[in-house]
Design a protein. Structure first.
Length: 416
């Protein structure tokens, strides 16, 4: 079925506050829209530091009707003077918000200064914003141009934990309260986030789209000599993602069990992690891998035996969201051990691909890992069920079918 606005083809702008290569959802949405009947052109806008090199993204390649523009922002390395001025401006704007309740474009993130100019240039009929920082600039441009606003809530942005301040939480709530009810379509990263946003802001339930990998028909051969646990995150740290719980559990498991950790090292270069590994005496049993290329996520996971999602309780975002790594584990044919949080447990109950434990309980985590280590038939059965779920429904192709249909319905509904 064709998508059109008032009888003419659409120009759509898909924007993100992240670099395209670091953005799990916006490029696939842009690519889906570029293939949608009735969409004449797509402008994809991402963000990179001043002077930074734009990395290629496979999902955006090969489209004659897709234009990729990058908004450049100041950093301490490339433009320290400009960044200092922007931080001073942001500080004043945050104080203004605390007094008046009015939010400005850069109050949430200095990288958004100048973003509206790029979005204005796109001159689109529909703006699909990703990440909370882009919602306000996209909404303002859409209002000026008489365009339609859509938003992808990849997180529960008003309670992120990990250093989010009270002022930042209040800014997020103010932006979402004003603009989510005006959006023609809101997406969410899980059923639980969708339900929470609907309850919080009195909006129609957003469409839940999970961060799933493409179907992968064949997997690399797995090394069989050891029982390999796999924990992955964007940044490797001893915070709310439960890595320290995995290290503690490792000390109580047989010596042949190895823990593989993958991701970008934090600002300290991994000193705190190495120190903790040394204190626990597991240095020879922990392997830290450099970050993976996004298109190789499933292949990287497939080298191991059990995938770990160990988020701790207390941050609403962790309670409600489902990390894309869980679906990568499923596609890779790993059995999984996950925290008993609504988002994570809901997926594992559907897939039958793993077990769950009380978040933060090293005793219970150890017991579940030992169960899979000792009962290899159970571990193999869970892995088989995880892989079957991924091929059947836990894949990007199925999710993008849902997205395309929802986009078309939203445009027709708003237009008509």
């Amino acid at each position: 079925m064709s998508t059109a606005l008032n009888g003419r083809p659409l120009r759509v702008c898909v924007c993100s506050s992240l670099a395209a290569a670091a953005e799990p959802r916006a490029p696939r949405h842009a690519a889906t829209l570029a293939r949608t009947a009735g969409v004449s052109s797509v402008v994809f806008v991402d963000c990179e530091p001043v002077g930074g090199e734009r990395r290629p993204v496979q999902a955006l390649a090969g489209f004659e009707n897709l234009t990729w523009e990058t908004h450049r922002y100041a950093t301490r390395v490339a433009a320290p003077g400009q960044l200092l001025a922007q931080r001073l401006r942001q500080s004043l704007e945050r104080r203004w918000f605390q007094v008046t309740g009015r939010v400005s474009t850069g109050a949430l993130a200095t990288r958004m200064y100048g973003m509206e100019r790029v979005l204005d240039w796109a001159a689109a009929d529909v703006y699909l914003a990703h990440n909370i920082e882009t919602l306000l600039p996209a909404a303002r441009v859409a209002r000026r141009l008489g365009a339609r606003l859509m938003f992808d809530s990849m997180e529960f942005h008003s309670d992120m934990g990990d250093g989010q301040t009270a002022v930042e939480r209040a800014l997020v709530r103010a932006v979402e309260h004003e603009w989510l009810p005006q959006a023609a379509l809101v997406l969410a990263s899980s059923d639980q986030v969708a339900e929470a946003l609907a309850a919080e802001y009195g909006i129609r339930r957003p469409l839940a789209l999970y961060n799933m990998p493409p179907r992968l028909a064949e997997l690399p051969r797995r090394a069989e000599e050891r029982f390999a646990l796999y924990w992955r995150n964007a940044v490797v740290g001893l915070g709310q993602r439960g890595l320290e719980d995995a290290l503690l559990a490792l000390t109580r498991l047989p010596a042949e069990v190895r823990l593989h950790v993958q991701g970008r090292l934090p600002e300290d270069g991994g000193r705190a992690l190495r120190a903790r590994i040394g204190e626990l005496g597991v240095g020879e049993r922990v392997v830290v891998h450099p970050p993976y290329a996004p298109e190789a996520a499933v292949q990287e996971a497939a080298r191991h035996t059990v995938g770990l999602c160990l988020e701790r309780r207390g941050v609403r975002n962790h309670d409600l969201t489902v990390s894309n790594k869980l679906f990568d584990y499923h596609m890779a044919g790993l059995s999984v051990v996950v925290s008993d949080l609504p988002g994570l447990r809901g997926v594992v109950e559907r897939s039958g691909g793993g077990v769950w434990f009380e978040p933060g309980s090293v005793d219970e985590l150890t017991a579940k890992l030992r169960l899979l280590y000792e009962d290899r038939a159970l571990q193999a059965r869970l892995a088989e069920q995880a892989r079957a779920f991924a091929l059947r429904e836990g894949n990007r192709e199925r999710e993008m079918e849902k997205f395309g249909a929802a986009f078309q319905a939203a445009v027709r509904g708003v237009a008509g």
